[in-house]
Write a protein that binds this ligand. Sequence first.
Ligand code: HAS
Ligand code: CU
Length: 541
Amino acid sequence: MTAPENRLVRGYLIVALLALAVGGLFGPLQALNWAGLDLYGLIPGLRSYYQGLSLHGTLLVLVWTTFFIGGFLLFVTRQSLGQPLPRPGLTWATFWLMVVGLVLAALPLLSNDATVLFTFYAPLKASPLFYLGLGLIVVGTWLLTLTLGLAYRRWRAAHPGEPYPLPAFMALVTMLMWTLASLGIAFEVVFLLLPWSVGLTGGVDALLTRTLFWFTGHPIVYFWLLPAYLSWYTLVPRHAGGSLFSEPMARLSFLLFLTTSIPVGVHHQFTDPGISEGPKLLHTFFTFVVFFPSLLTAFNVAASLESAARRRGEQGWLGWLWRQRWGDPVLTAQLLAMILFIFGGIGGLVNASLNVNLLVHNTAWIVGHFHLTVGSAVTLTFMGVTYWLLPHLLGRQLWSRGLALVQAVLWFVGMAVFAYALHNLGLLDTPRRTMLGAAPYRLAEWQPWLVLVGIGGVILFLSGLLYFVLVVLTALAGERQPVPAPAFAETIHGPADTPRAFDRLAPWLVVSVVLIVVGYGPVFWQVLSQGTPPAAGLRVW
Ligand code: HAS
Ligand code: CU
């Protein structure tokens, strides 16, 4: 990798880590508030619990993820193709555009002018800078797609007839899916929220903005997840000492995500009036379909791990499950992420079922669900990936493997306690997005679980702190070593016999668009045809 490319990837990671540090800080404060200990006074200038919650959600799910993914996908594409990234000017302009967007969005968040939580549901109204900043970040991600697309075209021209290398293929599919998915939020921001926030329009159709938000807001979770899967498929088998079980099946999984991730977003709107049961049920069924590529992943990754253990002589039926290289923090962090994700995924099925959802909607259960998914499957994997990336980017060894293992295990334990308590609270009807510390309606039966939430939050805080200490100490004091050549996993099946259809993109994109029209046509028809009166803006906190 050239020195400027190295700097670019490092730039993305630094922004991601800063977002994780600032956003993460509010997590334990929220958890402790629920447990009955209010420490908000420690943060100078903070106006409310809800301002903290807006910073927490936005910086973690929108900034930490997006910037980490930007750097990681560029790195993976560059390395797996073995050719420099195209148009260095474009890649740098993209990075700076995203940073400007981030600063614009962060300013009103910090000044309490965008206390609208990460979903920014209208009629909650933020400063125009917030919407403008988010819009620029989205445009930046489209430019990332363009870069990966140009790299694809150039590689194809130089290697006619060869299958596109798996890691780069997965990176490109992730960005293509996201680009299609982000059209909803882009439309919402540019045509509805921005004009409204600058006073050009007197109100917005709240249902329409929510529907556009969730058009993007569901598939964004796969935009976070797929880079983690990329690592599980192309890095984990190698670290485990084995090979990827099936390359064609891995491609199929990503292509199924490309085609089915989007027309499911109404599963976030099961209690919204104005969308009838028919389209809601259709989105339930489509959500069950998008479960399958994750099941394929579970099978394929498990088979790869099994092959690794068998190579080391494991004979028993189940012994391979624990006969893994637990001493390697890169691997251990990701294995622990997978274990937590099994439970996050099962919870997802509960959420997706139209009738059962009513039991858990808007309760702490959902908070438990998304901390097992984006907070564990994705974030703990990215932590493991960081430990792999640092030696490549810095030419230094990880400062301490032992400490990195402790960090990963603490995250696992903290999240397990935290999410278990939240799921139980959800079943006891505890509302989410609420400053429970000040709520007069707190029920006595919630109390033990709320305390566990606080304990989980503190363990997570310690683990997060360790992660930063390790990154900084590695950068400053890690033992110098030659930069290793990044190697991706070998495969047991494929790519020689991979069907040609699994190496193409255009037909799958067409299927994706058709499914979007089938899934969302009736929804937008209903939402637009009922003429909801425009809602004026609200500023609550
Ligand atoms: Fe979700 C709400 C349904 C996955 C994130 N989700 C959310 C929210 C977030 C989120 C942030 O249907 C809250 C949004 C808000 O603020 O309102 N979700 C699902 C379903 C899945 C799912 C069906 N979610 C995710 C992922 C996320 C994420 C991934 C982030 C990255 N979710 C919902 C629904 C709601 C929802 C409803 C709305 C609820 C409401 O009422 O508001 C599925 O994609 C899950 C599939 C996953 C699996 C697990 C596969 C397991 C694997 C690991 C294998 C393990 C191995 C280990 C191999 C089927 C791949 C071996 C280990 C050794 C040691 C050897
Ligand atoms: Cu969803």
